[in-house]
Design a protein around this ligand. Structure first.
Ligand code: UDP
Length: 137
């Protein structure tokens, strides 16, 4: 079993798509280990996306991620990191496969409805950024 970290981003929560995305998560065999709705503050969002600091889209990304509540998720299944990236689809919804979260619910490369860790190493770091060990069971 493997774990990954996911976010249902502010656009999808505001548009009322969180339930559909959670249904897709469960339909794809993930166990929801932990779930929390939270309005991210700037320091939390900047820390989470520290790797993108200095890039042209950083400010826009932080403004977006702090504009309204998100849903934070700890997910588990076999091959969870790669499988969740597959269910989300490409970063740019225009390039995402039909039926993926980003194709269904994303508007553009910035407002793309969901986040997923890109490696097992980052999944562990991101899960630890948002959840306490005792919550992940
Ligand atoms: N992003 C953006 N413009 C870009 C690339 C990325 O606004 O040109 C945003 C987008 O919301 C994306 C996030 O920054 O999901 C993180 O980018 P990354 O390249 O890590 O993509 P992801 O791993 O989320 O697919």
């Amino acid at each position: 079993m493997e774990r990954t970290f996911a976010i249902i981003k502010p656009d999808a929560v505001a548009d009322g798509n969180a339930g559909n995305i959670l249904a897709l998560i469960e339909k794809n065999g993930f166990k929801v280990l932990a779930l929390r709705k939270q309005h991210l503050t700037r320091p939390i969002a900047e820390g989470f996306y520290a790797v993108h600091k200095g890039k042209g889209f950083f400010e826009e990304l932080i403004a977006f991620m702090t504009e309204g509540p998100v849903i934070l998720l700890a997910l588990e299944r076999e091959d969870a990191v790669a499988k969740w990236r597959e269910v989300m689809g490409a970063t740019n919804p225009e390039k995402a496969e039909a039926g993926t979260v980003r194709k269904l619910y994303g508007a553009n490369i910035g407002r793309n409805a969901s986040h997923g860790s890109d490696s097992q190493e980052n999944a562990a770091i991101e899960l630890a950024w948002f959840f306490r060990g005792y919550e992940l069971n």
